[in-house]
Design a protein around this ligand. Structure first.
Ligand code: ADP
Ligand code: 5GP
Length: 211
């Protein structure tokens, strides 16, 4: 499980998209939310857009792996698709806030890798939010105020990237995923494989070493 967090506007969705395009073994966890749909967003693709009563019913039924309130809206990670993907041997990418990352960390400390994305500066963060054009002035001010709170959690993450140059940041993210995949404890098949390589009963290849 790879969790990406950042203040809104730092570039997390853009980086997530680039990573998903580059990696066929990675699935995106599509969250449920009570926030209204933005122009260009598709139900079931960007989020599952549901109302508060539906959210509460699903939450109370234990259908979320984690959930949190962000900017007055509820967000939650549906449990079933994540478990299905993990059971099928896939890795799962989460675009969630610090509260969600903390809950996943507590639930599965050995299976979670967390990455925090910082913007290069506050003016640049504001410019990106404006440029995205998705927020009215009131919600833009709310997001800028909330950014400071979100960013104060940067030191709870395994990795921290400053998203200045997008291509460089995306490349670092791919490198993190590649390195984490070859961690010894994640390669459970290694025990048997290494035992066969390390055993002293090798008698030579009758075919001449594969030539
Ligand atoms: P988030 O998902 O963190 O809210 P987005 O991925 O939607 O942020 O990015 C916010 C805006 O900033 C988008 O318009 C995006 O194209 C732009 N952006 C993202 N990364 C960079 C970058 N490194 N340099 C310049 N603009 C960027
Ligand atoms: P936005 O409304 O801009 O799409 O997202 C607002 C914030 O909610 C972002 O920080 C995003 O990462 C976070 N978020 C989105 N989905 C979830 C979720 O399922 N759980 C949690 N904890 N946070 C989420």
């Amino acid at each position: 499980m790879l969790a990406l967090s950042s203040p809104s506007g730092a570039g997390k969705s853009t980086l997530a998209r680039l990573l998903l395009e580059a990696d066929a073994a990675l699935s995106l966890s599509v969250s449920a939310t009570t926030r209204p749909r933005r122009p260009g967003e598709e139900d079931g693709v960007h989020y599952h857009f549901i109302d508060r009563a539906d959210f509460a019913a699903r939450r109370d039924a234990g259908a979320f792996l984690e959930w949190a309130e962000v900017f007055g809206n509820l967000y939650g990670t549906p449990r079933a698709p994540v478990e299905q993907a993990l059971n099928a041997g896939r890795d799962v990418l989460f675009d969630i806030d610090w509260q969600g990352a903390r809950q996943l960390q507590a639930a599965a400390p050995d299976d979670l890798v967390s990455v925090f994305i910082l913007p290069p500066s506050r003016p640049e963060l504001e410019a990106r939010l404006r440029g995205r054009g998705a927020d009215d002035p009131a919600s833009l001010a709310l997001r800028m105020a909330a950014a400071a709170d979100e960013m104060s959690h940067w030191n709870e993450y395994d990795y921290v990237l400053v998203n200045d140059d997008l291509a460089a940041c995306a490349s670092s993210l791919r490198a993190i995923l590649a390195a984490e995949r070859v961690r010894r404890r994640r390669q459970r098949w290694l025990d048997a494989f290494a035992a066969s390589l390390c055993s002293h009963d090798y008698k030579g290849d009758p075919d001449g070493g594969g030539q």
